[in-house]
Design a protein around this ligand. Structure first.
Ligand SMILES: C[S@@+](CC[C@H](N)C(=O)[O-])C[C@H]1O[C@@H](n2cnc3c(N)ncnc32)[C@H](O)[C@@H]1O
Length: 268
């Protein structure tokens, strides 16, 4: 499948089919970054939910030269299965009805353990994408090992404190050459956005690429600038859609970031 800006509609359909909670423009942003980075061999997703994001990343990484990535998913399972338990995530049931079959909804609400979630997501990913996923799920951050990751996708947390705790806990799990993706950097999770700004002030994260709702960070300014240069000098890059922002000395002299012009991608 084409994950570039030439296929917004096709990517949108795939996102809906898998039940990922992201706009297609953010898949295009990840495509841009992944095809301009060194080998990615493992990825941690904080908030694995239905596994839609995991399935999408598995396909996208394979298509950008990173096959057989080993995934770890964290999810306490309180939101999926929420209808059956009457717990706080019950509003997600509208989304379940949109994305899942009646059979899938029933089996999802019965999930109780991390191993069951792993199997459920693996079976669905293979059935819907034709690509097997190497996945291990755990119920919380505390259950993670000392493993360090090439990519972390941060996709849960409401309050500033909760999100900052996750960032402080998980940034050390990122390799020096890794990418930390914060989702819902918008009205979707406004206090996560605040937490990320504080983390930037604490020099835990350095911005690289501004997507639509996802922002991509590095752990060090040097690595951030390496990724920015790689994207901007890629001859396949369309500079009208991925634009180098003017330098900001806040992060170091002449420090640059890339802004995805998602409005122009929507018009295209
Ligand atoms: C927004 S959904 C993730 C969507 C998914 N990443 C995607 O791309 O489609 C957030 C998930 O995080 C889980 N979650 C929320 N807070 C959590 C926590 N503190 N620990 C573990 N899981 C959590 C919820 O159960 C929910 O399934």
């Amino acid at each position: 499948m084409d994950y570039s800006y030439n296929n917004v509609k096709g990517i949108y359909d795939q996102v809906l089919k898998l039940g990922m909670l992201s706009p297609p423009e953010d898949i295009i942003a990840a495509w841009m970054l992944f095809k301009n980075t060194d080998r990615i061999s493992n990825m941690l997703e904080l908030g694995s939910y239905l596994g839609g994001g995991l399935g999408m990343f598995n396909q996208l990484l394979d298509a950008t030269g990173h096959p057989n990535v080993k995934f770890t998913g964290v999810d306490h399972l309180d939101f999926i299965g929420a209808a059956a338990r009457g717990s706080k995530g019950a509003w997600y049931t509208d989304h379940f009805n949109r994305c899942l079959s009646a059979e899938e909804r029933a089996s999802l609400s019965a999930l109780n353990t991390a191993d069951e979630a792993t199997e459920w997501i693996q079976e669905r990913t293979l059935r819907l994408t034709g690509l097997p996923i190497d996945l291990t799920c755990v119920l919380n951050e505390q259950s993670l090992s000392e493993e360090q990751y090439d990519v972390i996708h941060h996709d849960y947390g409401d309050s500033v404190e909760e999100n900052l705790t996750t960032i402080r806990n998980c940034v050390p799990k990122l390799k020096d050459s890794g990418i930390y993706i914060v989702d819902d950097w918008c009205t979707g999770a406004p206090l996560r956005t605040v937490a990320t700004v504080i983390a930037v002030q604490e020099k835990l994260l350095y911005p690289v690429l501004w997507g639509k709702n996802k922002v991509f960070y590095a752990r060090t300014p040097e690595h951030a600038q390496r990724m920015v240069s790689a994207m901007l000098r890629n001859p396949e890059n369309n500079p009208k859609l991925f634009k180098g922002m003017p330098g900001s000395d806040y992060f170091g002299a002449g420090y640059r970031t890339v802004r995805m012009h998602w409005q122009a991608i929507q018009w295209a």
